[in-house]
Every structure is written in structure tokens, then in C-alpha cells.
Ligand binder design. Structure first.
Ligand code: ATR
Length: 289
């Protein structure tokens, strides 16, 4: 670990960049992880103008920054900036974690690992052998689809308002999975059966629910919204109303993806359960607990 407590040195600098970024909980999460690891870090929240991302990264690096989390809308630009990046980030064509070496910008995408660990471990709904429905075909879905497929669901359907995007995504990812992947519109879902439904559309952000027709769910089914909110999202309310027994927002995914970033940067794997609990109960602050 490079960040052992040293009173003579300022703590190493990390940040999350996005636009907007004021809502980001990454500073709280990383400070709680740092407490667990007994290290001191400076983790900032940096709002970056659209069009100014590359310059902002360069400035951050020049000021001694060691690593960055990247959120909407800069994940694709972050991927384009990297000199080396992981296979999963290459597949996602998006990066949410950057770290710097003398002459190289390295990138990874930890979103997929984040959602898989939350569903498999925290929510105890194993993805393996399930019939999986993913709503949306934008950047958020592209970022997690590869890792979801690695769990070997028995069937995967990607449904999107713009059907062509779902078909294209299914075609791209078909090469990376043994499961059959179908890309389609929402209407084609009628009377189909699923065990897990994941909302990766941006609809929740505007309080909307994608137009999902009548579909059937197995016992113990899970509805998962990739966004998080203090109140149930419109999708979560729809899922509860439909009778899906397990419903979750994406707070656990957020913490899990952050834990993977923390591991990349510091070589320490934090325990996520107390951090999820602290965020849910509102006791976390940016200075830690
Ligand atoms: P993100 O990075 O959040 O995925 P994006 O790449 O712009 O953002 O993708 C947004 C996704 O949410 C898309 O799948 C979009 O559907 P379209 O491809 O048809 O645009 C979906 N989406 C946004 N608002 C929606 C709504 N009200 N109902 C259904 N899908 C919606």
C-alpha cells in the first residue's frame, strides 16, 4: 500500500469527476473504506464542464492526483483517454476508474463487478442459471452486461425503447456468452418469464417507468434498479405493485464498484456491508463515521 499514514506528507489525492457531481456519495464511501484500511486520503468531488474532461484530468494529474472515479457523462471519454485498460473496460467502452503512472493513464470499469457482487452476495439472488431481463441499451447497461453474462444466466433479454440499440448490444455481447442473448423492444416482452429484471434505463431519473407489458416472474424474483435514491424509484414502485418479491435500488452496486476501485488503488479490499448500512441510515459523512 502506498498511502500509509505519514504526518510529513499531505494525504494522497483522489477524486470523482462528473457533471453533475454534487450528489455523488463516492467521497463518503471512500473515506469509510480508508478508515477501515487505516490510511488517510484526500478524496474530492470535482464538477467538470462538458468538453473539459481531458484538460481536467491533465490538471488533476499535474497537481499530484493519484486516481479518479469517473461518472456521467464522462465514462466514454475516460476510456478514450486511457493508455492501458482492462478487458472488461474495453468491452464496456467505458471507464469509471483511472489511475496514473509516470507516462500512462490506466483505466478499468468496476460497475459490472459492482452490480454482480450486490445481487449475488448482498442480496443473495444468484444470477447463475436465471432468466435475466435488462431494460435499456445505453452506457449504463453496456458497462455491466459483460460481467452479468460471466455469471452464466440461462437466458438474457435486453429490451430498449430504441430497438436497434438493443439488437446491436445483444449482437456485440453474444460473442462473450454461452447464453442466448435477445435484443428487442418492450412490446416483445409480453408473456415472457424472468427471474431477475434490471432497470438500466435513465427513466428513473425523470420519475418514469419503461412501458413494460405483462410479464411473468419466478418465485423469489428480483427487480433491481441501477440508480439509488432515498425513496423507492418509480421502477421500484412498479415492481412492488407487480408483486415481485425482492426489490432493490442500486446503492449496494455503488458501494461495491467503489470497493473494487479502492482495491485497485490501494491493494486493500474493504468490507462493504457496514458502509452500505451507514449510507442507508444516513450516519456516513465525508470525514468518515
Ligand atoms: P446511460 O449512460 O445512463 O445509460 P444513455 O446512454 O443516454 O445513458 O442511455 C439511456 C438509456 O435509457 C437508453 O436505453 C434510453 O433508451 P433509448 O435508447 O431509446 O433512448 C433509456 N431511456 C431513457 N429514458 C427512458 C424512458 N423514459 N423510457 C424508457 N427508456 C428510457
Amino acid at each position: 500500500m502506498s498511502d500509509l499514514f505519514d504526518f510529513d506528507q499531505p494525504p494522497p489525492l483522489y477524486a470523482v469527476m462528473g457533471n453533475p457531481v454534487a450528489h455523488s456519495r463516492s467521497p463518503e464511501i471512500h473515506q469509510l473504506f480508508a478508515q477501515q484500511a487505516s490510511i488517510k486520503i484526500d478524496y474530492q468531488r470535482l464538477q467538470v464542464d462538458v468538453g473539459g474532461f481531458a484538460q481536467a484530468v491533465s490538471n488533476f494529474q499535474a497537481s499530484g492526483g493519484q486516481g479518479l472515479n469517473v461518472t456521467v457523462p464522462f465514462k466514454v471519454e475516460a476510456w478514450e483517454l486511457t493508455d492501458t485498460c482492462s478487458e472488461r473496460a474495453e468491452l464496456a467502452r467505458a471507464v469509471n476508474t483511472l489511475w496514473f503512472e509516470a507516462n500512462a493513464i490506466n483505466g478499468d470499469n468496476t460497475d459490472g463487478v459492482g452490480i454482480v457482487r450486490d445481487i449475488n452476495n448482498n442480496l443473495q439472488r444468484p444470477i447463475n442459471h436465471t432468466r435475466l431481463l435488462v431494460l435499456g441499451a445505453g452506457g449504463a447497461v453496456r458497462g455491466v452486461l459483460g460481467e452479468l453474462l460471466r455469471c452464466q444466466p440461462s437466458q438474457v433479454v435486453v429490451a430498449n425503447r430504441t430497438v436497434d440499440k438493443a439488437v446491436e448490444l445483444a449482437d456485440t455481447f453474444q460473442n462473450h456468452s454461452n447464453a442466448e442473448i435477445l435484443g428487442c423492444g418492450f412490446g416483445e416482452l409480453e408473456e415472457m418469464h424472468f427471474d431477475i429484471i434490471i432497470n438500466g434505463t435513465a427513466a428513473s431519473l425523470t420519475g418514469e417507468v419503461p412501458p413494460i407489458p405483462k410479464i411473468h416472474f419466478g418465485d423469489g424474483a428480483l427487480a433491481y434498479d441501477m440508480v439509488y435514491s432515498t425513496k423507492p424509484t418509480a421502477f421500484m414502485r412498479w415492481a412492488t405493485g407487480t408483486g415481485i418479491p425482492h426489490v432493490s435500488d442500486g446503492l449496494g452496486m455503488l458501494v461495491e464498484q467503489a470497493a473494487e476501485s479502492f482495491y485497485i488503488w490501494h491493494g486493500y479490499r474493504p468490507s462493504t456491508e457496514p458502509v452500505i448500512r451507514a449510507l442507508r441510515s444516513g450516519t456516513a459523512t465525508e470525514d468518515g463515521l
